[in-house]
Design a binder for this molecule. Structure first.
Ligand code: BES
Ligand code: MN
Ligand code: ZN
Length: 498
């Protein structure tokens, strides 16, 4: 998808496909009024007929000669929020995508959402356009038609607004394409997206984006002493992979930000096997890994002046005669012994070794792990916010802010010592489960035992990485949050200057 900005007179927009907005009660903004005046009053006529009321997310497609005009309702402006504006824009762009239009000009009319600037609107529009044109039918023998829409322009007045929109489009394109990569990988079935496949895709990304990529096989993983990680892979016929990607955007000696993604390409639960209902959705258990790859792609395309390392432990979790059994005890890379009381709590078993590797071998400025870690997080926060844990309140605040800016939000959860006792084991240093109460918290507490002396945050994305039901699919979250965090960490996007 190509993005650009436009300004100038409304009559220059004749013959295009235009998206304009109306408020509840049919009030039109300046851009919509100018376009209406240039097109024989087709919008005001629709208002008069009663076809257009401006109610929230209403979409009306009009035409005047060759000009297509899609009017989107924003509802009452006083009640407009990020959520209502995004919903309306998604509906409008969706209508354009199902038409034959190849290019869309979105006419920004004022600032319907408080405290948001042209950069934000532009970034979100780019992301929506990329998402609504993405197809998930690669594996159908009869594929749907590809979307005709290939260009999106934003019409906005004023030099400062133009510059902000240009920056927003650049960021939104990078984030949108990163999220798109994460969705593509997430949606792939477990028999295609195996640990080796993830490693191949990481290597391909490295070639294309200029990252250094290292892939460790079982032997190399064993040599590092990652017995906890290997205990999860033991039941599977697919060999595990440990993937490290390095992006260098600043001086070589600058310690990097490390992103550690859970890459369980299928989670059957192992010997503590899961119920059959919806088990297919456990192909999404590598969405943390996918988010790491998507974010690295975005960071590389934005050429951010920062060093970032991606770390991905990739494995299946399967039952077999060789699989780890409940009660088995393993020694993690950190030296701590773990009693595996439930083989379905496998995410923390691979992450603890990946975090130890990160701390000891990469010595990062800070580390963030991203994992579809617990069903309990879905119970706590539903499908709206990712669960955020950190041993550093300033880092937590930065991540919360980044999530709010990117509209890919997280919620700060407690990591208090009081929860740690739930993980006590009679036979090992720690148990891998802490009972049902606060299941997302105790999972984070487990990880915290491997991240001492390192600035660290954990994002539990079990509720936000994919949607179930009719419109099933990976969301690409939290590529937006992570990329925004890295943009602000690296001193903001300087693309306008570059
Ligand atoms: N991948 C799952 C978590 C999950 C479950 C994410 C459902 C999204 C939807 C994880 O490996 C897991 O199975 N966790 C267990 C932990 C329990 C055994 C302590 C869970 O949440 O049930
Ligand atoms: Mn599991
Ligand atoms: Zn899992």
């Amino acid at each position: 998808m190509e993005f650009s900005t436009r300004d100038g007179r409304a009559d220059a927009l004749k013959g295009q496909c235009l998206l304009v907005t109306a408020e509840s009660g049919g009030r039109l903004g300046a851009a919509a009024r100018a376009i209406d005046a240039n097109h024989n009053g087709v919008i005001s006529a629709a208002l008069k007929r009663g076809d257009l009321t401006g109610k929230s997310a209403q979409v009306l497609s009009l035409a005047d000669g060759a000009t297509r005009i899609v009017v989107v309702g924003l509802g009452k402006l006083a009640e407009a929020s990020e959520a209502s504006w995004l919903k309306a824009m998604r509906a409008g762009i969706d209508a354009v995508v199902t038409s034959a239009a190849q290019e869309l000009v979105v006419c920004l009319d004022g600032k319907p959402v408080r405290r948001r600037d042209a950069c934000w609107y532009a970034s979100q529009l780019a992301q929506i356009a990329i998402q609504t044109t993405q197809r998930v039918d690669q594996l159908k023998s009869k594929r749907e038609e590809v979307a005709k829409l290939v260009k999106l322009a934003i019409w906005v007045e004023g030099e400062a607004e133009q510059a902000a929109a240009v920056r927003g489009l650049r960021q939104g394109k990078a984030i949108g394409e990163g999220a798109s990569l994460a969705r593509e990988l997430g949606n792939l079935p477990g028999n295609v997206c195996t640990p080796s496949y993830l490693a191949e895709r990481a290597q391909a990304l490295g070639k294309e984006a200029g990252l250094k990529v290292q892939v460790l096989d079982e032997k190399a993983i064993a040599k590092l002493g990652m017995e906890s990680f290997l205990s999860v892979a033991r039941g599977s016929a697919e060999p595990p992979r440990f993937i490290v990607l390095r992006y260098q955007g600043s001086a070589k000696e600058d310690p990097p930000v490390a992103l550690v993604g859970k890459g369980v390409t299928f989670d059957s639960g192992g010997i503590s096997i899961k119920p059959s209902v919806d088990m297919d959705e456990m192909k999404y258990d590598m969405c943390g890994a996918a988010a790491v790859l998507g974010t690295l792609q975005a960071v590389a395309r934005l050429k951010l002046p920062i060093n970032v390392v991606g770390v991905i432990p990739a494995t299946e979790n399967m039952p077999s005669g060789k699989a780890t059994k409940p009660g088995d005890i393993v020694t993690s890379m950190s030296g701590q012994t773990i009693e595996i009381l439930n083989t379905d709590a496998e995410g923390r078993l691979i992450l603890c070794d990946a975090l130890t590797y990160t701390k000891e071998k990469i010595k990062p400025l800070l580390a963030i792990d991203i994992a579809t870690l617990t069903g309990a997080c879905v119970i706590a926060l539903g499908h709206v916010a990712s669960g955020l844990y950190s041993n550093d309140d300033r880092l937590a605040k930065e991540l919360l802010d980044a999530g709010h800016t990117a509209w890919d939000r997280a919620w700060h959860m407690p990591l208090w010592d009081d929860y740690q006792q739930q993980l006590s084991s009679s036979f090992a240093d720690v148990a891998n489960i802490g009972g049902r109460p606060g299941g997302s918290v105790t999972a984070a507490c487990f990880l915290s035992r491997f991240t001492r002396d390192m600035k660290w945050a954990h994002l539990d994305i079990a509720g936000t990485a994919w949607v179930s039901g009719k419109a099933k699919g990976a969301t690409g979250r939290p590529v937006g949050l992570l990329t925004e965090f890295l943009i602000s960490r690296s001193g903001g996007d300087r693309s306008a200057a570059a």
